[in-house]
Ligand binder design. Sequence first.
Ligand code: G3H
Ligand code: ZN
Length: 283
Amino acid sequence: MRTLREVIMDARERGIAVGHFNFSDSTQLNAIAEVARELGVPVMVGVSEGERAFVGVAQAAALVAALRAKGQEIYLNADHTKSIAGIKEAIDAGFDEVLFDGSQLSLEENIVQAKEAVAYAHSSGRDVLVEGELGYIGASSKVLDVIPEGAGLDKTDPEVAERFVRESGIDLLAPSVGNIHGMLKNVPDPALDIPRIGAIAQKAGIPLVLHGASGNSEDDIRAAIQNGVCVVHINTEIRVAYRKGIEAGLLATDDVSPAKYLAHGAAQMGDVVKAKLSLFNTR
Ligand code: G3H
Ligand code: ZN
């Protein structure tokens, strides 16, 4: 089975992207895995600090390992990890990737801590990828009335990206390029800055990760992939679909079996995952 590094490098060469979806329970995880299997594509799943607190670090790793043991190319990321202790815990638990999120630190402090994450990943004896982040794009995957204060204002400078990558030794970079976490309620999210994505990819020289892709147009996401994005993160859109599906499931039956009503959530969510993976994996 390919490593995550090989999967991402292959996507980069082919001009496509690997889909990354967050999960908060095993129903969501299984729904994501099932769609990726159906389509025959590799997939990344992630748990942020909050999601990890709910699912459990070791539990998340064991659930993904069980899917992998059946031969599926599915990879686990410790999403938006703000402490080195959290990075170490995830690496020790067997995660394939860690995102050290120093986007709200000074550049110097971000470099120092990202470098520490890289050193720990290298000492693990496994090929664990480390992603770094530059520029604040908001903090939560939810439906928004307005763009959160300060989010997206500090777009990533390609020169700064080059220095960050060179000095920290990270494998993947999450830039701020007009993307925001969460999605606006009644209007599309702001447009992505495609020329900036291209300039950052060129200067940084490593694969870029597009965060906050819920609410962005298909054309923007396609253009971002053509300009250096190799991983695309989706959370809010699948959370919305999961919740709507469960609500419909609860209305449809008085059955108290979670397997019955959660299945509606999994089905609605699966449709979203299918559309996204088809988009990301088509040139
Ligand atoms: O890391 C998670 C993603 O960036 C999710 O962003 O909720 O806007 O899709 P989203
Ligand atoms: Zn994110």
